[in-house]
Design a protein around this ligand. Structure first.
Ligand code: GTB
Length: 221
């Protein structure tokens, strides 16, 4: 009997984002949809994530993970890169263009995402702290600095470097994390860039799939 190669990813059983597609399984779902690769999803609770069976896949007890045949991966960026390497459409064929796209993948995760996460963590967990009112503008200015630089570089282009790639997929998911912060309003080119990503049919299928999890869990009570 042939072994199935359909990958299985993990996602929140109850995502705190209430189906807004902000958890990091969204980028993996989107990459799989861009690749035209069917996938299964195993939903995990916060408790299950910290148990040994899940930690064997994810040392930090997090989602998403990715299992395919004998391969198990964690870290959303590595998973997206793996999908992009094995399927067409997410990385350019030209070697130099491919390396530039990979630079942008790292930029999304290592340069743009950290200040965004730092701000959202403070907004989520530190609002009751006496220093919050002073700290928030500092964190927001750090985000603005990156958004300004990114917006200048993107200019009027549709995508970061030529055709849509895994770099855009990661960057759009990173920027979406700013959601209701209002910070994106100052950067119309980035808003248009996010909208272009969200308009892609693969994005919409991925978004619908993660939203369906939230809807099913809500109606189950
Ligand atoms: N660097 C890792 C990666 O890229 O895969 C980070 C993975 C990660 O942060 N996973 C989060 C997780 O498992 C879910 S995505 N958290 C549980 C834990 O650490 O115990 C982060 C996330 C969570 C919630 C929202 N939200 O509610 O809007 C958005 C993003």
């Amino acid at each position: 009997m042939a072994l199935s190669t359909t990958p299985t990813i993990t996602a929140f059983e109850r995502s705190p984002d209430r189906g807004r597609g902000l958890a990091r399984d969204m980028r993996v779902r989107w990459a799989l949809e861009e690749a035209g690769q069917p996938y299964d999803v195993r939903l995990v609770s916060f408790k299950t994530m910290k148990e040994p069976a899940h930690r064997a896949l994810s040392p930090f007890g997090q989602i998403p993970t990715y299992e395919e045949g004998g391969l198990a991966l964690f870290e959303s960026g590595a998973i997206v890169f793996h999908i992009a390497e094995r399927h067409g459409g997410l990385l350019p064929a030209d070697a130099n263009a491919r390396s530039r796209a990979i630079s942008w993948m790292f930029a999304a995760l290592n340069t743009v995402e950290p200040p965004i996460i730092e701000r959202s963590m403070a907004a989520l967990f530190d609002q009751d702290k006496p220093w919050y009112a002073e700290r928030l503008p500092v964190l927001e200015d750090r985000v603005r600095a990156r958004l300004g630089e990114l917006s200048s570089r993107l200019g009027d282009a549709d995508w970061l470097d030529g055709a849509f790639s895994a770099a855009d997929l990661l960057m759009v998911t990173v920027l979406r994390r700013l959601g209701s912060s209002g910070l994106l309003d100052e950067y119309p080119k980035l808003c248009a860039y996010i909208s272009r990503g969200e308009a892609r049919p693969a994005y919409q299928r991925a978004f619908a799939a993660q939203l369906a999890v939230f809807t099913a869990q809500s109606s189950a009570g």
